[in-house]
Design a protein around this ligand. Structure first.
Ligand SMILES: Nc1ncnc2c1ncn2[C@@H]1O[C@H](COP(=O)(O)OP(=O)(O)OP(=O)(O)O)[C@@H](O)[C@H]1O
Ligand SMILES: O=C(O)[C@H](O)[C@@H](O)[C@H](O)[C@H](O)CO
Length: 171
């Protein structure tokens, strides 16, 4: 396990609209760690594809996952800790992001389709159409126990969710 001063990274994962950006930014603030919005690392073609209502495939996601992994490594090799958002829907995507990096933890935001659909319907100014939620949920492989995820229900207020994640990180 890591010593208290070694860099640590949390990937906040889950389908579109589960709250990754909201929770990750607050968690980074609470931990005094860096924050990176994984969506900002998509090639422009991916954003255009999603905005046009088409789901990404494995090939589309490959360069994006590499960019997320590169950010994680940039933090780790320079001794910094950080929180990054990444839907990381499939196990094999998470294997790219985590691999043998022992200080990288998953925080999985888990919620019902109904709650997420309601939040997406209310959200404005985001490229991701709510219509892609079905495909996101169909693609999601929830992390299994051997991935040691911190799994949190998305129902409560963001402050509560962040506190729950922080408590588990501090254990
Ligand atoms: N715990 C919460 N309670 C109520 N509303 C929330 C909560 N978390 C997030 N929201 C709201 O739900 C919407 C979706 O959250 P957010 O944009 O953070 O999700 P996301 O997973 O980052 O989405 P995407 O992957 O599409 O970027 C936003 O409008 C946000 O303000
Ligand atoms: O893997 C994917 O299908 C995409 O990366 C999406 O999950 C988006 O990044 C994001 O969640 C929408 O804003």
């Amino acid at each position: 396990m890591s010593s208290p001063n070694s860099p640590r990274v949390v990937i906040v994962m889950g389908v579109s609209g589960c709250g990754k950006s909201t929770i990750a930014a607050m968690l980074a603030g609470r931990m005094h760690w860096e924050f990176e919005e994984g969506d900002a690392l998509h090639p422009p073609a991916n954003v255009a594809k999603m905005a046009s209502g088409q789901p990404l495939n494995d090939e589309d996601r490959a360069p994006w996952l590499e960019a997320v992994a590169a950010q994680i490594d940039a933090w780790r090799t320079t001794g910094r800790s950080g929180v990054i958002t990444c839907s990381a829907l499939k196990r094999r995507y998470r294997d790219i992001l985590i691999g043998d990096r022992p200080d990288v933890r998953l925080a999985f935001l888990k919620g019902s389709k109904e709650v997420i659909a309601n939040r997406l319907a209310a959200r404005q100014g985001h490229f991701m159409p709510a219509a892609l939620l079905d495909s996101q949920l169909a693609t999601l492989e929830a992390p299994s126990e051997d991935e040691h995820p911190i799994t949190v229900e998305i129902g409560p207020r963001p402050e509560v969710i962040v506190a729950r994640i922080a408590e588990q990180l501090e254990q």
